[in-house]
Design a protein around this ligand. Sequence first.
Ligand code: FAD
Length: 414
Amino acid sequence: MGAKIAKPLLVLGGGIGGVAAALSLARRGRRVHVLEKAPDLTEIGAGLQLAPNAMRVLDRLGVLDRIKDVAVFPQTLMLLDIATAKRLKTVDLGPAFIARYGYPYIVMHRSDLLAILVEACRDSGLVSFETNKEAVAIEDLHDSAELSCRDGSVYRTEALIAADGLWSLARRTLFSDDPVQTPKYVAYRGTIPISEITLYARPDDLLIWAGPEMHLVQYPVRGGKLYNQVAVFKSDRFRSDSDDWGTPEELDQHFSKACPYVIEAVKEVGRGRRWPLFDRNPIAHWARNRVVLLGDAAHPMLQFLAQGACQALEDGVCIADCMDRHMPDVARAFVAFQNTRFLRATRVQMTARFFEHFWHPKDAAADLRNAYLASHAPDDYAEFDWVYGTRGDGQPCLESNRPLFTDETWATQI
Ligand SMILES: Cc1cc2nc3c(=O)[nH]c(=O)nc-3n(C[C@H](O)[C@H](O)[C@H](O)COP(=O)(O)OP(=O)(O)OC[C@H]3O[C@@H](n4cnc5c(N)ncnc54)[C@H](O)[C@@H]3O)c2cc1C
């Protein structure tokens, strides 16, 4: 075996969470090394909705101008009945929304976001990346952590931030081997050039067509050049021991019950790859000596609130804040991060689960949902404050309103 490679600060995973954390740490003058198992630092998938809580963080990371160049700024979020095309609710995302939260609600291509974050990391001169580096073992050595890769290389670090996603090796090995959970939904998604859209795509709207056990989300990305569509439905063929569920045939069968506009639109959604929707039960412990979980590794959530990447971005700035406050005590910084973040992330995770029922009700439950929506004006934003808002002093609301644990009780947590 070759010599162990020493890296004082190591991030595992070059997704949005890991790269945002690396950039945030670099902004505080810290040198970071990122390991990614894929051959390239790129995102597969399509569009991403980024709410004001994510925009606030991107501003702190100093990349907002670049983001604005490629983002789209919808003026309304519209919820429509998927069968009748009746408009159920409009949320005004215009000036009143921006004035309330200080930032707009944007949509963009997820690979554009990652590319901007990676470029900012490289420009900082403090972040180095290695791709084709798949971690296969992680050891907590109390005063350090050791990470072994499939190619035989071994890294020794004083601080390991594990941002290795839903299937996190770090979570499984050192924290919790809890099974993934699924509401048996699957997503098909993709973008097509806006010029190829056969039906009128509304450039200023984020559209959500919702009905029993299915919905379609539509919005433009990449400065309006591409149109993004995500078709989501509950699979009748789900089996936990098989991958043969959520098939393209089921996609067509579900959406055949939709209105003609949606049926036509879904024909344009690629069938090449499906994304089963998974989350995990929340866990309260993300920090263990010199290892901490971040992003989906810590709090994987269903996409029904469009907050997974937003929360990973919040984690990215919070970890840098905590390291600033507590270094050189890495273990303490990691527990402070966990304590600051876990209730808020858990709230978002649990609310996302509830939103399965909010998007997909039928019969009386649909009447109840629609009556509730009708009782709120397009600029009534109170329901969003807890997740999009600030603490009141303009700072990001990274933590739960009432943390269970304070920094002072950190020692009891490990
Ligand atoms: C259909 C769908 C739509 C979504 N829409 C939205 C949305 O609109 N808004 C939003 O905020 N969120 C959305 N999300 C959620 C969002 O995509 C995720 O929460 C976010 O990407 C998590 O980022 P992450 O960096 O924590 O994890 P990941 O993106 O999973 O990144 C983990 C990285 O770690 C690498 N890795 C894993 N294991 C290893 C290993 N052993 N060794 C080395 N590298 C490793 C992976 O290759 C990957 O690059 C959506 C999710 C889905 C499925």
